[in-house]
Design a protein around this ligand. Structure first.
Ligand code: DSN
Length: 410
């Protein structure tokens, strides 16, 4: 029985969500819209199969075909990223980080990672996360003048803290990261290097920004952001750490792998290896630069003055709109973003003084720099005239017609 007949109540909610996605302009930097092929693999009969273990070493019968699926995903990811060892079982982007931490540190030992205000991630040692509860995380940030990573300062902190692991990578940093310098600093203090490339994995796969893989001992990622796969994660590491990482992820951290999701990852890796994906990724970068330039022309202050990747952060300042207000205002006119703490933020993360904008989803639906300029104008009009109902209603109509003009192709 299909879903609509089996469970009308739920089916209607999903239909409404599909309509919402189609009728809104999504600028959440960490989201994307997967292909029908990825969705088909996600919804396939592989969801029925238990396969604890790894290919050719499972704890269940009947796993010959899921072995083929998982090996295909591993082989494709290795080729795509020129990686030595890949684990495709992580359920999310956070579990791979835990697998690395528990593989290289004992509880209480020190790691060094970027703080939240500079754009770091909760799983990089926030006291609210198990990472910060079990391990001691020292933190680096950005230079508060340039809002860029300050490698001299990073080195000073690394020498002082003597971490066992240095973590590079962020959720809200709009600039490129110099992985070679990170590796040199790690080597100088006897630390291992982990790069969390969750946000930029698709851009790395497409070869349109530098890859961390030659420099890092470990690279972790989610698979659903710029990489445009199903919701899930990935660990890449040097061969020498492969066995330890695999054992730490399963049985250390996770249970049975989601082979339907692993199949969908395999599809996404195939898609990301095609020339069209490189064209798409270049367009993600162009659109982000266009959005940044147009918003700056409209008078908005961007953290670090712009972007080199798929995202940018507007800082409204202490006296300006809060990120929460801006997020709600934009949602009311069918533009979806998320609030974001910015480097000098005095407000709590739930309120914040900024919003983060990204171009992966709009680019997937075919937005060019021309449409992106229109989106910037809409965002500007809405945020500058929060109490003007006419402006808000015109912006909503324009957002809706842009969405209808460029629907998702499948
Ligand atoms: N929650 C993701 C983001 O929005 O960046 C990171 O995992």
């Amino acid at each position: 029985m299909n879903l609509a007949d089996q469970d009308k109540e739920l089916s209607k909610i999903i239909d409404r969500e599909e309509l919402r996605q189609n009728e809104t302009l999504n600028l959440v930097a960490s989201e994307n819209h997967v292909s029908r092929a990825v969705r088909e693999a996600t919804a396939s009969s592989l969801t029925n199969k238990y396969a604890e273990g790894y290919p050719r070493k499972r704890y269940y019968g009947g796993t010959g075909l899921v072995d083929e699926v998982e090996q295909l995903a591993i082989d494709r990811a290795k080729k795509l990223f020129s990686a030595e060892h890949v684990n495709v079982q992580p359920y999310s982007g956070t579990n791979p980080n835990l697998a690395v931490y528990f593989s290289v540190m004992e509880p209480g030992e020190t790691a060094l990672a970027m703080n939240l205000q500079a754009g770091g991630h909760l799983s990089h040692g926030s006291p609210m996360s198990i990472s910060g509860k079990v391990f001691r995380f020292a933190q680096y940030g950005v230079n508060l003048e340039t809002e860029l990573l300050d490698y001299d300062e990073l080195e000073k902190i690394a020498k002082r803290e003597k971490p066992k692991l240095i973590v590079a990578g962020a959720s809200a940093y709009s600039r490129l990261i110099d992985y070679k310098v990170f590796r040199e600093i790690a080597d100088n203090v006897g630390a291992l290097l982990l790069v969390d490339m969750a946000h930029i994995a698709g851009l790395v796969a497409a070869g349109v920004i530098p890859s961390p893989i030659p420099y890092a001992h470990f690279v972790t990622s989610s698979t659903h952001k710029t990489l445009r796969g199903p919701r899930g994660g990935l660990i890449i590491c040097k061969e020498e750490f492969g066995e330890t990482i695999d054992k730490m992820l399963f049985p250390g951290i996770q249970g049975g792998p989601l082979e339907n999701i692993i199949a969908a990852k395999a599809v996404a890796f195939l898609e990301a290896s095609k020339p069209e994906f490189k064209t798409y990724s270049l367009s993600v970068l162009d659109n982000a630069k266009t959005l940044a330039k147009e918003l700056e022309n409209e008078g908005f202050r961007l953290v670090s003055g712009g972007t080199d990747n798929h995202l940018l952060n507007i800082d409204f300042g202490e006296a300006g709109l809060t990120g929460k207000e801006a997020e709600k205002l934009l949602e009311s006119v069918n533009i979806i973003v998320n609030r974001e703490v910015v480097p000098r933020d005095k407000r709590k993360p739930y309120i914040s003084s900024g919003v983060r904008l990204g171009t992966p989803t709009l680019t997937t639906r075919g937005f060019s720099t021309e449409e992106t300029k229109l989106v910037a104008k809409l965002i500007s009009a809405v945020l500058k005239n929060p109490a003007d109902e006419k402006v808000q209603s015109e912006a909503k109509n324009s957002a809706l017609s842009l969405a209808k003009k460029l629907p998702f192709s499948d």
